[in-house]
Design a protein around this ligand. Sequence first.
Ligand SMILES: CC(C)(COP(=O)(O)OP(=O)(O)OC[C@H]1O[C@@H](n2cnc3c(N)ncnc32)[C@H](O)[C@@H]1OP(=O)(O)O)[C@@H](O)C(=O)NCCC(=O)NCCS
Length: 153
Amino acid sequence: MRLPGSVSELRIEPVEPDGAVEDWRHVHNVIVPPAALSPAEVEENVRRYRLEVAYLDDVLVGCTTVRPPENGDPATVIVRVLPEYRRRGFGAALYTRALAQARELGGADIRTVIWAANEDGVRFAQARGFTEVDREPDPEDGIPFLTWHLTSS
Ligand SMILES: CC(C)(COP(=O)(O)OP(=O)(O)OC[C@H]1O[C@@H](n2cnc3c(N)ncnc32)[C@H](O)[C@@H]1OP(=O)(O)O)[C@@H](O)C(=O)NCCC(=O)NCCS
C-alpha cells in the first residue's frame, strides 16, 4: 500500500516572526517534551536561528533548526519528523537542506543535539556520521541530551 505523501510533495517553509511559529513549536515540543519551549522562546529563536517547517499539503510533518556558528561554537543542525510520518525519507530530505543552510552560514564544523529517548534520532545521526562529544543528563528524569559532532559528511 502506498503511504500518502512522498518526498517530492514535501513543502518546506521558513518560519517568519508572524508565521508558522506555533507549528514549529508543536513539532519541537511533541518530540522533545523535557525541553518544551514557550511561544516567547520560539519567537526569540526565530530571530536568532534559521527555523523551518515541513508540510504534506497542509498537514504538518516536521521542522528544522539551524543555529549558525557563534563564539567559537560550531553550527548546529537538528531535524525533527513527527513519529507517524517517519521512515519515508522526509528526515533525510530535511537534513540535506538544513546541512546546506548551516554550510552557507559558515558552518565548517557541525553539531546536532539529540534527546537520548529519541532512539530514531540517535540511529539517524549515527548513520550520517555523527559521534558523541558530550552528554548532559536531564535533571528531572536523568535521560541525557546528547551533543554529537559530524565527523564525516
Ligand atoms: C531523525 C528523524 C528526523 C528521521 O526522520 P525520518 O523521516 O524517519 O527520516 P528518514 O525516513 O529519512 O530516515 C529514517 C530511516 O528510515 C529509513 N527509510 C527511509 N525511507 C524508508 C522507507 N521508504 N522504508 C523504510 N525505511 C526507510 C532510512 O534509511 C533511515 O534509516 P537510518 O535512520 O537507519 O539511517 C526522526 O526520527 C526524528 O524526528 N527523531 C527525533 C528528533 C531527533 O532526535 N533529531 C536528531 C537527528 S538530527
